[in-house]
Design a protein around this ligand. Sequence first.
Ligand SMILES: Nc1ncnc2c1ncn2[C@@H]1O[C@H](COP(=O)(O)OP(=O)(O)OP(=O)(O)O)[C@@H](O)[C@H]1O
Length: 252
Amino acid sequence: MSTPAVRLSGVDVTYPNGTHALVGVDLTIDVGERVALVGPSGGGKSTLLNLLSGRLLLDGADVAGEVGVLGADPGALRGRKRRRQAVRVGTVRQGLDLVGPLRVVHNVNAGRLGTWSAVRSLVSLARPAERAEAASAVERFGLDPALLDVTVDELSGGQRQRVAVARVFRQAPELLLADEPIASLDPGLSELVLEMVVDPTAPWSTSIVSLHQPDFARRFATRVVGVRDGRVAFDVPVEQLTERHLATVYER
Ligand SMILES: Nc1ncnc2c1ncn2[C@@H]1O[C@H](COP(=O)(O)OP(=O)(O)OP(=O)(O)O)[C@@H](O)[C@H]1O
């Protein structure tokens, strides 16, 4: 049997302030699945995605239970192994993680940093490497390549989101994690970003995306997982998703 993209068993996450953000979470996601995470604000979706990306370490959270992402526990990886895992798992997050004072070309090519040598990365800051590839990535998401030399600080919110998805496209991860990637976008751009997630030519075969729009979840996901109060409230193939499922997570 092949290794699943994600395997969580009895996972509890507690933040340093004592908040139990995830409680007894069991979840297995196979390679090739497109999972939508839905649920109310504060339910635990971001915590779950940050657990999978390894970012939770930065928050000093306590993690109990078994965590497997592409066959490894992100919290236990160090040094080169951690960097290798970081190349295989791509994230698009609220807040975007872009570097405002740097030009678009550098932000897009930041997706490649895990595979470039330190010297190449440094030289590229003065003379951007792989400019043509960066141009085609931004163009793919509807940005004019002329903007490559503009700093991210000078862009609109929607343009920044395009830069963020172009960056993850350049990274070409096996697993894509996206935390409300369409929260601040107009409908046209939301379509574009979600089309990227399901694009059969995209580098990732597995995607996990948190969303507040069940209609989008219905259209792009193969499976929908409801998260509320840190627990998995339901987990169904998309064709079995009902209003009743959604009510279990969204009703007060
Ligand atoms: N860094 C942190 N330190 C302490 N508590 C946190 C931290 N991050 C999240 N929490 C808490 O953990 C719980 C789960 O939050 P989380 O951000 O995972 O939910 P969410 O479903 O992603 O919400 P939203 O839809 O608003 O992004 C909430 O009670 C939140 O206040």
